[in-house]
Design a protein around this ligand. Structure first.
Ligand code: HEC
Length: 176
């Protein structure tokens, strides 16, 4: 049973990893046809060293963006989330789970909120990178999530709202 779970998670990690590499290739080379993108992915995945360096680049991106955004931008962006989420300390679950302390928390881990099976199975830590991917495309990032939100397409808005959520925490990460 455990072995099956582990292989499912590994497979998920692999698929997500390849998706993110595809994103990098896509943004670096800006191919005009998506067919080209698919070809590149196949090339990249055959070389593990390149794969590693690519994903490091992705991770750096969001960290670099924190320098150019501020908390009040993040507070404004959070208005898009506030219909479904509280962010203040001691805030209640609404349609979505309470988000105080959410950075570095395990996904789907509040005991008093009824998560989707998809979010519970996901179970990763909400690192800035994970949060960035999820907020860009919630349903694409966490299969089966019940968060009905199209996503924040602007990377700076994502960085700002992550900064703001991180600030609403007993143990904020150092992001700047
Ligand atoms: C329409 C309501 C809605 C909106 C708008 C919304 N969310 Fe959510 N969110 C949810 C629901 C519902 C869940 C639970 C998902 C699940 O269990 O699959 C969730 C889950 C989450 C989680 C996972 C929390 C955990 O405990 O693992 C994060 C992080 C999150 N949302 C952030 C945001 C942010 C940031 C925004 C705004 C940019 C936002 N959400 C907008 C409904 C919403």
């Amino acid at each position: 049973m455990n072995k099956i779970l582990v292989s499912v998670i590994l497979a998920l990690v692999l698929v997500l990893g390849i998706n993110r590499i595809a994103d990098v290739i896509y943004s670096v080379e800006k191919p005009e046809k998506s067919a080209y993108q698919v070809a590149s992915v196949t090339d990249e995945s055959s070389s593990s060293t390149e794969t590693n360096s690519e994903s490091v680049d992705v991770d750096k991106d969001i960290m670099v963006l924190f320098a150019s955004v501020n908390l009040s931008d993040g507070e404004k962006t959070f208005k898009k989330c506030a219909a479904c989420h509280s962010i203040a300390k001691g805030g209640k679950n609404k349609i979505g789970p309470a988000l105080y302390n959410v950075l570095n928390r395990q996904a789907g881990s509040l005991s008093d909120y009824k998560y989707s099976k998809g979010m519970i199975a996901y179970a990763k830590k909400w690192t800035p990178q994970e949060m960035d991917g999820f907020l860009e495309n919630p349903k694409g990032w966490v299969k089966g999530t019940k968060m009905s939100y199209a996503g924040l397409k602007n990377p700076k808005e994502r960085a700002a709202v992550i900064l703001y959520m991180n600030n609403n925490s007993d143990n904020p990460l150092s992001l700047k």
